[in-house]
Design a protein. Structure first.
Length: 469
């Protein structure tokens, strides 16, 4: 199979154009700036008691606190966040809020074919419940439900576009969003978009109004090991004696030894343009405001903001040896440059548009590409992580699963194999690094060879260990 150049490489803009477009950009998260001032909460100082202590102030933790109070308004719920609410993945993601709980139908079909109908039903119910909660709690987070449009940009992707009911021909897809690269598309009308940081901050506001006691700058250092009674949750300046604990710490070092090999941090990079002028908007169309992604193994995702900017992210997904989350990994000029090149290859009519912001974030990748769950400490501590880049909608479902597990009552959620079984752990270093780099190299090669995956990738796919971002 001869290697070929991708459409992004064939249509690369001039280096001068890319330099000019990036020159004024700041390395800051647009969403967090656009959500200021956020509600702020003081640190935990001294001793407290609780029915439930939630660790982590991203979506998974915030939904757990909110849903716990909605199940039982009298419950004493404390939420501890090590830094600030929503500063991490939840404040800096693309805002694609999808129904899928399995990181897409194909992954669900491969891993849990017997459960797929049930998973689809629960995923749609979760997204409908998400919309209902946004309305009932008055969450001002720019929730909109324009659906997701996936586009074929290479000939070998055309058959993928035709699978499923939302197929659009080249003319139809270009009438929606105009790019000379788009060959066909598939419009799934279910998905939603949110303003990521506002969602996190609004969930915190709603949680506080429901009576949740929130503390920022309260890094949990230890979960106690007592043989009976409540669990001690310790921070530098205080502790909570809690009947139950929900850990929603995502990509950060887990507080449970048993969960430490299930995830690795993969860095994902994002650009945001300045607001488009009326003429620039006319040149692209996009009146229906869909979330958009292409069908490559290494895919791009893009969407509009309320003030008509374009967010353009994805493609590069970078793992750094040693599994660490580090601010310095967010500064990767080559990834931002590549994104800018691909942006202008996709939208040459937007020549002259400049980027205002660039940022990155760590994704908690696990080998099953979607969240896993568990109980520890005599069933009093529940945990979840592993959303692998699709956690905006799924975090709300994960919150319900953790509360079900802690309640000890079987539900349709806790009966799922997806919930009961753990993913295959990543090996320790240096094997993890070598394996992940090889998998990424293979995906890149597949994108340069009409989608063909090499024998190792096919073997990993068969074993359910195929790699994705
Ligand atoms: C660039 C990027 C783009 C993405 N785009 C999308 C998208 O478009 N759609 C989608 O569905 N998903 C997307 N994702 C993934 C999505 O953002 C995450 O799956 C989701 O936000 C995870 O929420 P969380 O609450 O589990 O984690 P986080 O938001 O990371 O929150 C975890 C919190 O726990 C805190 N914490 C950790 N350890 C401790 C401790 N010991 N004590 C106290 N606090 C602690 C951290 O400080 C952090 O605030 C993207 C992710 C990134 C990085």
């Amino acid at each position: 199979m001869p290697s070929h150049r991708t459409v992004y490489e064939l249509n690369a803009p001039s280096p001068a154009l890319v330099d000019a477009a990036l020159s004024g950009s700041r390395r800051e998260v647009f969403w967090l700036q656009d959500s200021a001032p956020a509600p702020r909460f003081g640190p935990l100082v001294g001793q407290a008691t609780a029915d439930l202590t939630v660790v982590g102030g991203g979506y998974a933790g915030l939904w757990t606190a909110v849903r716990a109070k909605r199940r039982n308004p009298a419950a004493r719920v404390v939420l501890l966040e090590g830094q600030q609410i929503g500063w991490a993945a939840s404040g800096r993601n693309g805002g694609f809020c999808e129904a899928s709980l399995t990181h897409g139908a194909a992954n669900g079909r491969n891993r849990w074919p017997d459960e797929l109908d049930e998973l689809d039903r629960l995923g749609l119910a979760n997204l409908d419940g998400f919309a209902a909660d946004v309305a009932e709690l008055g969450l001002d987070c720019q929730f909109e439900r324009p659906g997701m449009l996936t586009v074929a940009v290479e000939a070998h992707q055309l058959d993928w576009a035709k699978a499923g009911p939302g197929y659009l021909t080249q003319d139809q897809v270009r009438a929606e969003i105009d790019s000379p690269l788009f060959l066909a598309g598939n419009w799934d009308r279910g998905g939603a978009l949110v303003h990521p940081a506002r969602l996190a901050h609004e969930l915190a506001r709603a949680a506080a109004e429901l009576g949740v006691e929130i503390h920022e700058h309260s890094q949990v250092t230890e979960i106690g090991h007592a043989r009976s009674g409540p669990v001690a949750v310790r921070t530098a300046r205080g502790s909570v004696r809690s009947d139950t604990v929900a850990l929603a710490t995502n990509v950060f070092p887990t507080l449970l030894r048993r969960a430490r090999l299930f995830t690795v941090p993969i860095y994902d990079y994002v650009l945001m343009t300045e607001p488009l002028s009326g003429a620039q908007q006319d040149a692209v169309g996009w009146r229906n405001r869909q979330g958009l992604s292409d069908m490559a193994n290494q895919f791009h995702y893009l969407r509009l903001t309320a003030d008509h900017r374009i967010l353009f992210g994805g493609y590069d997904a970078i793992y750094h040896y040693g599994r660490q989350v580090k601010e310095s990994y967010e500064d990767r000029p080559a990834s931002y440059r590549r994104l800018a090149e691909h942006f202008f290859a996709m939208f040459p009519q937007l020549e002259g548009v400049r980027f205002s912001h660039r940022w990155a974030g760590a994704i908690d990748a696990c080998t099953q590409f979607c969240a896993f769950y568990g109980l520890a400490r005599r069933g009093r501590v529940a945990y979840t992580a592993g959303f692998t880049g699709l956690g905006v909608g799924a975090a709300r479902f994960a919150a319900d699963v953790m509360l079900d597990l802690l309640a000890g009552e079987p539900t349709e959620r806790t009966a799922l194999s997806m919930v009961r079984r753990k993913p295959v752990p990543f090996p320790p270093e240096p094997v993890a690094s070598a394996g992940i780099q090889f998998a990424r190299w293979s995906l890149d090669r597949a994108d340069h060879r009409e989608g063909h995956r090499n024998p190792l990738m096919r073997t990993l796919d068969r074993l359910g260990l195929g790699f994705d971002s």
